[in-house]
Design a protein around this ligand. Structure first.
Ligand code: AVJ
Length: 333
């Protein structure tokens, strides 16, 4: 017999989504963590955002990696176990892998399994000699990383895209400490960080004219309907993104257009007109601010590459206090 509304299947991930949404909607300022943007549709929309003219971070960081990837690979390797956090479609990774030695190992970690497997397959075809060990997981929850390889290579964590901006500064320190534990005492970290800049440029990047960022944000509501059987009207909400200069972060919200309620798992969550669900923070850092943050997580700043306009930084840091640093030869590339 078929029930009217099928009980949502209870995979661990959906359990997690349900409890996160329920918890988030019970708060005074309602919120949902941004990692839930990345279901299959959300991951595709994110790739479309990255290709818009307004969203400068992707093309800027890609340019830096393209021009300076050889130098970066020399510092992290050129033989290493490269651990990428939130690898997604891993479009930028070849710019590094092409300069690493064949005995290197690549460990992409992502919560979106279809995308993880697809992108690893693509990379494996491009770099047949490099061993690849994809790991479907939430990288913030990884315990120590056990690889079945003889683990003699230096470990380097690759964290591009300024994903670190999704965390509050305190959480970012926690995550960078976690990266230090993952990579071990000799570890290296190559991390992309979006810089503070004119609010006009920032606001445009999160309000693209094609509407992909809006669709990406609103997809969270559609995902709640699809996976959790939430009763809600997606047209009752609008995308809102704005740079908060005091906090140095872009905030994204889903704003209720009217008085309404979302019903979820027997519970009702009321919204006043203009009331929002806070769906994402994207913190921006000056070079010095980020270095200060990383030092709190035991990392030593070693090298910096940025673009000519100073929109985006790629930092190289290491844990080994004896490793030479390469300042003041910071490359503007
Ligand atoms: C993947 C977290 C770096 O904050 O710029 C893009 C996500 N959100 N447009 C960012 C995002 C809206 C992106 N990060």
């Amino acid at each position: 017999m078929r029930s009217e509304s099928p009980a949502p299947k209870q995979t661990a991930e959906e359990e997690d989504f349900l409890s996160a949404v329920r918890e988030g909607l019970r708060q005074r300022q309602k919120s949902i963590p941004p990692k839930f943007f990345y279901d299959a549709r959300g991951s595709r929309l994110f790739d479309l955002i990255c290709a818009t003219p307004e969203y400068y971070p992707t093309r800027t960081e890609t340019g830096i990696l393209d021009r300076c990837g050889a130098e970066m690979a020399g510092l992290i390797g050129p033989s290493c176990t490269l651990i990428e956090l939130g690898s997604g479609s891993a479009v930028k990774t070849p710019l590094l892998l092409r300069h690493l030695n064949d005995d290197s190992v690549y460990v992409p970690i992502d919560i979106c399994e279809p995308q993880l497997l697809q992108s690893t397959q693509r990379l494996q075809a491009l770099f047949p000699a490099i061993r690849m060990r994809p790991l479907c997981a939430d990288y913030t929850r990884l315990p120590a990383l056990e690889l079945d390889e003889p683990d003699t290579l230096r470990r380097a964590v690759f964290f591009p895209g300024s994903t670190i901006g999704n965390y509050t500064p305190d959480e970012a320190v926690q995550l960078l400490r976690h990266a230090a534990q993952l990579s071990g005492s000799d570890g290296g970290l190559l991390i992309g960080v979006d810089c503070k800049k004119s609010p006009g440029l920032l606001n445009a990047a999160y309000n693209d004219a094609s509407g992909y960022t809006a669709a990406f944000n609103l997809n969270l509501l559609a995902r709640m309907q699809r996976e959790l059987g939430a009763q809600l009207d997606p047209d009752g909400f609008e995308h809102y993104a704005c740079y908060n200069t005091g906090k140095g972060r872009i905030e994204m919200h889903l704003v209720s257009r009217r008085k309404q309620a979302i019903r979820l798992d027997g519970e009702s969550f009321p919204f006043e007109p203009g009331e929002s669900i806070h769906t994402e923070n994207s913190y921006k850092y000056t070079t010095q601010e980020f270095r200060q943050l990383a030092r709190k997580a035991w990392w030593h700043p070693r090298m910096l590459w940025s673009d000519r306009e100073g929109l985006f930084d790629v930092h190289y840091l290491s844990l080994n206090a004896a490793e030479p640093h390469h300042f003041p030869q910071q490359a503007r590339c």
